[in-house]
Design a protein around this ligand. Structure first.
Ligand code: AGP
Length: 611
């Protein structure tokens, strides 16, 4: 998605913006630009282009702009091709107002027609460009913020915007509706950005704008009010993420760093969530606990990797609590007839907390009277404000577009939630829970045992990087692991990959098997081991090229293939937390071998804030 950064203060704005935009690159973009108010000239100067932030940096190195009031933007095209004229910032007719925007203005066509009738001249094909012209229309004998207030009232759709004007070069205005926007507080300087990593180098004090709120920043103060001009007071949150956390920490890519962070993150979650009385969610107060105790059925809504976590959540929650669980893609859930009641708990899983389809599905579920629980990784994101209750996954900033550590953090949270609900509903004894917890505590060291084999996995991946398509097979709780493994591979390496329930082989996929097809078989110790083993014999008989994920104590599997990645023996219900590591590494090493842009794969965005 697009990324915004704004600065007002005592420093050279363009350096701050370039550094901030680099931290926003992971959101996925195709153009970059910035606008600076240059005091000496009393003018707004704009530099923008299709391409990377580093290209913009080259231009500015040759001709620095100076100035300490500025807006910057990385654009992920939704309306209008990725070219210079469509890049942000966009200006009004008189080049007095500059705007950067993240989101989609759904009624931009009629607004554009009206503005053209009123004499406004447009340069781009974007929806965004109607915003500076609308502000220009109202910016007569009123302040910039009042003009912005009038303009945004006419917008429908989603937006997070930054606005500045050369007529009032001592302020920056921000507003959000459906897309995230945060404020960074400094000394004699303030920041506006789409999310935290963009400003973390300069400040840890963050104020979150809520839905339908505006902010006016000067260099020494900020003022927040809602769209009806009612003032809002909001305390800053001190972010304890170290700026380095958002760096690569010595790894070649964020994806590899985040794969390797998983044991430490799961350890921290277990430490954070377990006390002498068992599982503890400080986000859930007595009211939420009472509501959770009354839950009769659960519906999980999510997209992509979060959806796969939800599918595994179904196995875990039904196994441990006996509560029926349905799992739905958010983009499907929101358009079909929904059968919910007041005893239904809707669990919305989202790493970013900004996924448009999941937010829309959540809003529909709430309209139907369901209680909602969010499982989310980003503090202060929209999802966390719209759910009745929230549980944070605390995976730290996930920069790579491909979700890895957030996925295992979501799974871990779902295990803990299942234990928590099982106790609330008195479905299992505390002895059984403590046995499960001691098994869960084995996961981080077992994950480390897999991660020390990265070199072996990399060589195996390289031996298979030439295959033109992959099939991933799994059974029972590892059927969703097969779906997730396929998604990881396809999104970073662009190789067609399909996840399938192994029991479905004879219902179609077996027709695909030959020596040109790589088949990843997930076959740890489990109650379906024998069934999976015979699936693999059928693949062998058809010369399929198998990669097998198996348990360390398996002596039979080597007869089927020499390409085996062994994982420690663990109770089947917890095996997804181990199985996924070889699959993540396989995807990563194949993608690197194929020269793909691993952290920012083509056409993808880290957070899909538009439909
Ligand atoms: C996963 O690797 C992808 N980046 C994508 O499928 C992602 O999981 C999906 O867009 C959901 O994002 P969310 O968790 O932020 O809602």
């Amino acid at each position: 998605m697009c990324g915004i950064i704004g600065y007002i203060g005592f420093r050279d704005a363009q350096e701050i913006l370039l550094s901030g935009l680099k931290f926003l690159e992971y959101r996925g973009y195709d153009s970059a630009g910035l606008c600076v108010f240059v005091d000496m000239k009393g003018e707004l100067l704009v530099r923008k282009l299709p391409g990377k932030v580093r290209d913009l940096e080259q231009i500015l190195k040759k001709q620095p702009l100076g100035g300490n009031l500025a807006l910057g933007h990385v654009r992920w095209a939704t309306h209008g091709a990725p070219n210079r004229v469509n890049a942000h910032p966009h200006l009004d007719c008189k080049d007095e107002i500059a705007v950067v925007h993240n989101g989609i203005i759904e009624n931009y066509a009629e607004l554009r027609q009206q503005l053209i009738k009123e004499g406004h001249v447009f340069k781009s094909q974007t929806d965004t460009e109607i915003i500076p012209h609308l502000i220009e229309k109202f910016y007569r004998r009123v302040s910039l913020e009042e003009a912005v207030q009038k303009a945004i009232k006419l917008l429908s759709g989603s937006f997070a915007i930054g606005v500045l004007s050369k007529r009032e070069p001592f302020k920056l205005v921000g507003a959000r509706c459906g897309s995230p926007l945060i404020i960074g507080l400094g000394k004699n300087e303030n920041f506006l950005a789409s999310d935290i990593p963009a400003v973390l180098t300069y400040t840890r004090e963050i104020v979150f704008l809520e839905e339908r709120e505006m902010v006016v920043l000067s260099k020494d103060k900020i003022k927040i009010h809602d769209f009806s001009a009612r003032e809002v007071r909001r305390k800053p949150v001190v972010i304890n993420w170290d700026a380095k956390l958002a760096q690569k920490g010595g790894f070649t890519h964020f994806m590899l760093k985040e794969i390797n962070e998983q044991p430490a993150i799961l350890e921290a979650i277990l430490k954070y969530r377990l006390n002498d009385r068992g599982v503890y969610f400080e986000e859930l107060g007595a009211v939420q606990q009472k509501e959770l105790a009354r839950v009769k059925d659960i519906v999980i809504i999510a997209c992509g990797t979060a959806y796969h976590a939800g599918l595994i959540g179904k196995y875990i929650l039904e196994e441990l609590t006996g509560i029926p669980v349905a799992v739905d893609l958010s983009s499907e859930f929101r358009y079909r007839r929904i059968l919910l009641n007041k005893h239904t708990l809707v669990i919305a899983i989202s790493q970013s907390g900004e996924t448009a389809d999941t937010l829309a599905a959540l809003r529909r579920a709430k309209d139907m009277g369901a209680k909602s629980l969010g499982i989310c990784n980003v503090l202060g994101s929209t999802l966390t404000r719209e759910c009745n209750a929230i549980i944070y996954t605390h995976a730290g900033p996930e920069i790579s577009v491909a979700s890895t550590k957030a996925y295992t953090a979501q799974l871990t949270t779902l295990y803990l939630l299942a234990f928590y609900l099982a106790r609330l509903h008195r479905r299992v004894s505390s002895q059984k829970i403590s046995r499960y917890l001691s098994e869960l505590k084995k996961i981080p060291p077992f994950q480390r045992r897999i991660l020390i084999k990265q070199k072996i996995i990399r060589r195996l991946a390289h031996r298979h990087s030439h295959f033109g398509s992959f099939l991933f097979l799994g059974r029972n709780i590892n059927y969703p692991s097969a779906l997730e493994g396929a998604l990881k591979l396809k999104e970073v390496s662009y190789i067609p990959a399909e996840g399938y329930a192994a029991g479905e082989m004879k219902h179609g996929p077996i027709a695909l098997i030959d020596e040109y097809r790589a088949v990843v078989c997930i076959c740890p110790q489990s109650k379906t081991y024998e069934k999976m083993f015979s699936n693999m014999q059928e693949i062998c008989a058809r010369c399929g090229r198998m990669i097998i994920v198996a348990s360390e104590n398996d002596r039979k599997i080597a007869h089927l293939s020499s390409e085996v990645i062994y994982i420690p023996v663990i109770e089947e219900v917890f095996s997804p937390l181990l199985v996924i590591l070889p699959l993540q590494l396989l995807a990563y090493f194949i993608a690197v071998k194929r020269g793909c842009d691993v952290d920012q794969p083509r056409n993808l965005a880290k957070s899909v804030t538009v439909e």
